[in-house]
Every structure is written in C-alpha cells, then in structure tokens.
Design a protein around this ligand. Sequence first.
Ligand SMILES: C[S@@+](CC[C@H](N)C(=O)[O-])C[C@H]1O[C@@H](n2cnc3c(N)ncnc32)[C@H](O)[C@@H]1O
Length: 226
Amino acid sequence: MGLRGEWRAVQEAYRKIAEVYERANKVATFGNVDRWRREAVTLFLSLNGKTPLKVLDAGAGPGNMAAHLKTERYVVALDATPEMLRPNAIADDRVVGMFEYMPFRSGCFDLLLAGYSLHAATDIEKAVAEFSRVAEFQVVVSIGNPNNRFVRRLLRLYARYLLPRLVCLVAPPEVCREYGKIYTIITSIPPNSKLREIVEKYSSIIIFREKGLGSVYIYISRSKIA
Ligand SMILES: C[S@@+](CC[C@H](N)C(=O)[O-])C[C@H]1O[C@@H](n2cnc3c(N)ncnc32)[C@H](O)[C@@H]1O
C-alpha cells in the first residue's frame, strides 16, 4: 500500500472511533490517558517562564491537549480527519491538514502540542521536522515502543489480545477492531531510543520521560531553528 493508501486506512479508523474515543482511551490506558496529557502540559508551563500565546495543537482531535492550557491563548487545531476535529470547541481555528506538510510559516507558533498523534504519522521523521519548523517549543505525548525487548513483547501481547477486548467493554465491535490496529502501529514505530535520536536532530530535548513501561513517552523540546 502506498503512502496515500496507508493514510486512508488510518483516517478511516479515526472516523469510526471519533464518538467513543475518550471512553475507549481511558479503558485502554487503565485511566492514565488524560493524566499523561496534563503532566506534559503542566510540566511545560512550570518550566517555561513565558506564557505561550500562539499554540498549534497537532492531531488535535476534540482538543484534549489544549484543554490543559488554562491561560489566555490563541489555539489552532490541525488534524487530517475532519470527524475528529468537529467536536473541538477549544480551538480558535480548525485546519484540516497533515503533519508532514504543515500549511504554516516557519516559527509562527510559540508552542506545538501533540497528544497521542505522532505515532500515527505516515513519516515520523518528517512530522518531527515539521513540528520543529513551525513552533519554538514542542510538547508531545505519544504511544511508544519500549527499548527493552522483554517489555516490548509484553506490550505487544497486551495490544494484540487484551486491549481490543477491554475496549469492547465500553465501545461497539467495529471500534474494538480499530483499537486492535494499535498492535500494527507499535510493531512499525521506532523504539523510544531511536525516536529520541530523531527528535534530537531537529530540536534540543528538555525532558524525555517514559510512562506505562515505555508504552507512552512524553517529550518537551525546543526547536534548533527558532
Ligand atoms: C488519537 S487522536 C489524538 C487526539 C487528541 N490530540 C488527544 O490528545 O486525544 C490522533 C489524531 O491525530 C490525527 N493524525 C494522525 N496522523 C496525522 C497526520 N499525519 N497529520 C495530521 N493529523 C494526524 C488523527 O486524525 C487523529 O485525530
């Protein structure tokens, strides 16, 4: 399948899950999904003296990342799936577009947020490069791939057999099937150490933390070209 075909399959998945999205996430992460978003955003705010004014929420969906910014700000929500953007009442502007080809000028945002979206990029390095090009700071929370082989195997077993069944407790069968695709995602993304190297090519990492045994990572970085 080419790039376009692959992306269509991912987009189709997001269309199906939009309605029960956060409920399913809570079950899949044992209640941690929003705690990790909040941790990333509040950590950034506590480290950075200045309040970010112009914010890009990349892969914003319903706006669950930007919701943790309680200060006065202007937020643009970017997402490739209009169905995921539709319920977003947090953003001041909503833009349908791809990470890999951001329709924004370089350095035009103070802060880029990306919650549980980078792992889905068709080209992770291109997305990371674009994140750094358009914003001075990046705060990213994403599904990761643990470095430790034993933990990686455990996570794959969880994603393949248990996660879709847990999601079935709160969502219809077609949605459970879509969550089953997380297994395919984690088998195709780079290990967290490699992801860190990619990020370091384009920005200076301020914080890199793993959560849930490395199944999720949080990073805060500052663009090298800012
Ligand atoms: C799992 S949702 C995350 C929504 C929200 N940020 C959150 O914290 O829950 C991932 C979103 O990223 C979007 N997305 C994934 N890959 C993308 C890409 N390459 N370009 C733009 N949006 C993308 C999807 O359409 C989806 O709405």
